[in-house]
Design a protein around this ligand. Structure first.
Ligand code: ADP
Ligand code: MG
Length: 257
């Protein structure tokens, strides 16, 4: 029986995930559960494995051990190969929206075409319906008037908001954010954070890697501190940011709060 509609199934489950690059073990047995409609923030020093973990969730990195489940469906399937795996992973990826530090918009496509490309090409959505959906999403990120504009005429904050609209256009079950605001000028950060807060209010499930401690504290239901490929501690953001148990967490926060 499919588990897809059981509401108590975690949206994302990461179980004992290991990943190495050559001799370097970057993830050393990570466990994390993200429940439906919840927001989990991951913080930690540069090089601790945060991006590798997020990339592993949608199989941009192939893990060496452990398993990852999206809404009860296993993402990594070492038992599958070739075209069968490709079909499986494409289906999984349609359910995950990912937003990176660098926006990766298609420079030759207008804003609206960036947003509608996925639904049209991957879901076969009708052009007019895709456009309607795209305009709705651009409106939601405050950029309806930029529909016809090309990315090189947008500010960094606007580009990142288009990237979020583009990810949402696939109507994903979960959104993954990897330092979505860290390449932005400080005055542009808030407009992106505002969009992310809006998603939180709509109960979008989100896994957020961020270096913005105040934002993480405000928006998340759960917070995790990673260092050197291990989960040092995870708890409510209130506790993590004001009264962490581990010395390594205290040390990190002293430098970053
Ligand atoms: P973070 O996002 O926390 O800064 P990363 O996940 O990007 O950390 O990197 C964790 C470690 O893995 C770093 O030491 C980094 O140099 C290394 N690493 C990341 N990607 C690769 C790769 N493709 N090949 C080799 N080493 C990598
Ligand atoms: Mg990173």
């Amino acid at each position: 029986m499919s588990t897809e509609h059981q509401t108590d199934t975690p949206m994302v489950e990461i179980r004992n995930v290991h990943k190495r690059f050559g001799d370097l073990e970057v993830l050393k047995g990570i466990d994390l559960t993200v429940n439906r409609g919840k927001i989990v923030s991951i913080i930690g020093p540069s090089g601790s494995g945060k991006s590798t973990l997020l990339r592993s969730v949608n199989h941009l990195e192939v893990i060496d051990q452990g398993e990852i489940l999206l809404d009860g469906v296993r993402v990594n399937r070492p038992d599958m190969n070739g075209l069968i795996f490709e079909r499986h992973i494409n289906h999984i990826r349609q359910n995950m929206g990912m937003v990176f530090q660098h926006f990766n918009l298609f420079p030759h496509l207008s804003t609206i075409d960036n947003v509608t490309l996925g639904p049209r090409k991957l879901k076969g959505m009708d052009k007019h319906i895709a456009r309607e959906l795209g305009m709705e999403l651009l409106d939601r990120v405050g950029l309806a008037e930029k529909a016809a504009v090309f990315p090189n005429h947008l500010s960094g904050g606007q580009k990142q908001r288009v990237a979020i609209a583009r990810a949402l256009a696939m109507q994903p079950k979960v959104m993954l954010f990897d330092e979505a605001t860290s390449a932005l000028d400080p005055e542009l950060v808030e407009e992106v954070n505002r969009v992310m807060r809006g998603l939180a209010e709509e109960h979008m499930t989100m896994l957020i890697v961020t270096h913005e401690m105040t934002f993480a504290r405000d928006v998340s239901d759960w917070a995790m501190f990673m260092d050197e490929g291990v989960v040092v501690e995870e708890c409510t953001p209130e506790k993590l940011f004001s009264n962490p148990d581990q010395e390594r967490t205290c040390h990190f926060l002293r430098k970053h709060l």
